[in-house]
Design a protein around this ligand. Structure first.
Ligand code: 5U1
Length: 671
């Protein structure tokens, strides 16, 4: 028998090493080892913990990827309320705030800390005896939701802190989705026909408030800590700036763009400089937060209502512009979706960025907003990486504008365009359409898919153009075409070796990622997980009947039809066979899927919701197994009553239907 003390020591050593590399990678953005080396360390630790479960602890780095779904989000009482911020929209308003504050604490020389106001979700993290014990949303400032399990999956949140830390303390910060992650998530949702997140804030909130932490773990969330809530047993440093330095030393991620200034003029300059450069930020920010640096002065200034007098949000100007919509063009997505976009001519300059094209999402959206070719339109970048058309300026119409209609034939390959019943998107009916094949290949090799490094957009285009690859299965036969590969532009011996190696390695990709990589319409990463768990192999999924698919909670007719249709297509059948022949045939452990919490419940919503759009609320209800209907009937379980409810309320009262407030709905969605 091995010496247990030695094993424990090895486990501790591995944890320390992995935590160090997590910190280098996720907090400092400066990794010291390769992903592969990191994976090896994690694997070794996981193996030891499996063999010696007595040494497994909740703060082990292996415990970040969510365990079983949380049953419910409990409520957390915040020991100190989480305040919100007053706003200044101009230099005058900033000066008015400063003048008011300086009068309240006469004779004091202020210093200011300026930070970005990130568009995310405010959270409070509590550490007791060195360990993260609770992570909660802001909620109403006094009570938030317990989302500890989900926050634990965010790599830049330390699960434990050094011994020198106070025995009990709370830090507050903003969880956010970087722009790139937000864009990718929305692209995937568009492909799957899911409602898009309106902005990174909603996307971050939606990701963190998932019932299943494994879903949160897949979203590239990050955090910047922006204050110490409280600390017991150890006095914090006397200023906010020093406190943030102290928190950095404990391993917390603090925004490197924070600055300390001695005058309000410098604050104004900081604001102005970021108004000009905000596009360059990897995250969405809607302004800066200006804080009085001295904690003693903060205490003296106190707060009015929910808002501190010692801090203010100094907002960036809105990023909108107007331009002439010359043409509506179409791009083709990987599942064949026809994605309309506006061509603006001349290009529009919005907040210093030149915009030539802007998203129009889908035909319904164009109709609803009544956007016409030849309109003068408002274009916006706020919260979106891809600029979008907000709507037309009706007053500028000349009568020459033309209503847009979707083409009947694919603009790339000329095949017929179809619109499945009940869907908003139009599709090119030709699976061999070059645009679709290109998008599918890119999706297949992408990080969320088979993760084949070295094949990016340009390499995919070259491989397709030269006929070396006609579909995704051809990748696995490229090693037979080594000589031809070497003749391609920018393909030296080394890059060819790397690509072939990455292709070989991708054969070990787990089943959920292969299912996702195949690019089946409406099958995103989350659905791919569910299918892998239910079927355990591509063979079983391929042979599944519609009825079996429909027996899986969360699989509706749209998804079932899409899967059956995909595997029925001759070409896909051939691709799967060739993939299997090449050794791409992963298996997964089959298991029973959890019963969904809202199964059998029917919801109707009336009035305006504050925290999310009606579409989002309905999508969430459906994701948890409930149904969302537009009319009250005897079968309605709950009427959700938002602001300014309509006639449905009287109808529900007449039928005695139970009612829910938005807060109650949120709670139910969290249960
Ligand atoms: N960076 C930053 N964001 N943010 C948001 N600091 C910060 N401080 C906040 C909020 C709501 O509130 C405190 C000033 C109370």
């Amino acid at each position: 028998m091995k010496d247990l003390a030695q094993i424990k020591e090895k486990i501790d050593q591995l944890r320390t090493t992995i935590n160090h590399h997590n910190y280098r990678y996720y907090v400092l953005d400066s990794p010291e080892i390769s992903d592969a080396e990191y994976d090896l360390l994690m694997q070794e630790l996981k193996q030891l913990e499996e063999e010696y479960p007595q040494f497994l602890t909740p703060d082990s780095p292996t415990q970040r990827v969510g365990a079983a779904p949380v049953e419910a989000f409990g409520v957390v009482e915040h020991p100190r309320p989480l305040l919100s911020l007053g706003n200044a929209f101009s230099q005058e308003e900033l000066l008015a705030w400063y003048t008011r504050a300086s009068k309240l604490v006469a004779d004091q020389q202020f210093k200011f800390v300026c930070e970005h106001k990130i568009d995310g979700l405010a959270v409070a993290l509590t550490y007791v005896n060195g360990r993260l014990t609770t992570g909660a949303t802001r909620g109403d400032g006094f009570r938030g939701e317990n989302i500890t399990q989900n926050l634990r999956t965010i790599r830049s949140i330390p699960l434990s802190v050094p011994k020198e830390a106070p025995p009990r303390f709370e830090v507050r910060g903003e969880v956010f989705l970087p722009k790139a992650g937000f864009e990718k998530l929305n692209q995937e949702r568009a492909e799957e026909g899911l409602p898009l997140f309106a902005n990174p804030r909603n996307a971050a909130a939606g990701s963190v408030r998932q019932l299943d932490p494994r879903i949160t773990a897949k979203r590239p969330l990050d955090i910047y800590i922006y204050m110490l809530g409280y600390a017991e047993g150890k006095a914090p440093p006397p200023t906010h700036w020093e406190t943030m330095e102290y928190l950095k030393s404990l391993g917390f991620k603090v925004n490197p763009n924070n600055s300390l200034f001695a005058t309000i003029d410098q604050v104004e300059q900081y604001h102005q400089s970021w108004v000009e450069r905000r596009e360059s930020l990897p995250y969405e920010a809607d302004g800066i937060v200006v804080k009085v640096d001295s904690l003693e002065l903060q205490r003296q200034l106190g707060s009015i209502g929910h808002e501190p007098r010692w801090a203010i949000a100094y907002k960036f100007p809105a990023v909108q512009g107007t331009g002439y919509l010359k043409e509506i063009k179409i791009s083709i997505g990987r599942t064949g979706t026809l994605n309309p976009y506006a061509v603006l001519e001349p290009p529009v300059s919005v907040g210093g960025v030149t915009i030539r094209t802007a998203a129009l999402h889908n035909e319904d959206d164009i109709r609803r907003k009544d956007i016409r070719i030849g309109d003068t339109v408002i274009v916006q970048r706020a919260g979106e990486v891809i600029p979008e058309v907000v709507g037309p300026i009706i007053g500028k119409r000349t009568g020459q504008e033309k209503i847009f209609t979707m083409p009947s034939y694919c603009p790339v390959c000329g095949a017929e365009v179809i619109k499945p019943e009940g869907e908003v998107m139009y599709y090119c009916s030709n699976a061999a359409c070059p645009a679709q094949v290109h998008e599918r290949l890119e999706h297949f090799v992408s990080r969320g898919g088979m993760d084949i490094r070295g094949i990016g957009e340009s390499q995919s285009a070259v491989l397709l153009k030269e006929g070396l690859v006609k579909n995704v299965a051809d990748l696995y036969y490229l090693k037979e075409k080594r000589e031809q590969l070497l003749k391609l532009e920018r393909m030296a011996e080394k890059s060819v070796n790397n690509i072939l190696e990455a292709i070989e390695k991708s054969k070990e990709t787990p089943l959920p990622r292969l299912i996702f990589a195949l690019g089946i319409r409406h099958i995103g990463e989350e659905m791919a997980e569910i299918l892998a768990k239910h079927f355990g192999s591509i063979d079983r999924l391929q042979n599944a009947h519609k009825d079996e698919l429909l027996s899986i909670p969360t699989v509706g007719p749209k998804i079932a039809d899409s899967i059956v249709g995909f595997f029925k297509a001759e070409e896909n059948h051939r691709i799967i066979e060739r993939l299997k022949k090449a050794g791409v045939n992963p298996k997964a452990k089959r298991g029973k899927l959890e019963e969904l919490p809202l199964a059998g419940m029917e919801f109707v919503i009336t009035g305006r919701l504050e925290t999310f759009s009606r579409q989002e609320a309905e999508a969430r209800i459906k994701a948890l197994g409930g149904t969302a209907k537009s009319d009250i009937t005897k079968k309605t379980t709950y009427l959700v009553v938002g602001a300014e409810p309509g006639s449905k309320l009287a109808h529900a009262q007449a039928l005695g239907t139970k009612q829910l407030t938005e807060a109650e709905l949120l709670q139910l969605l969290g249960k």
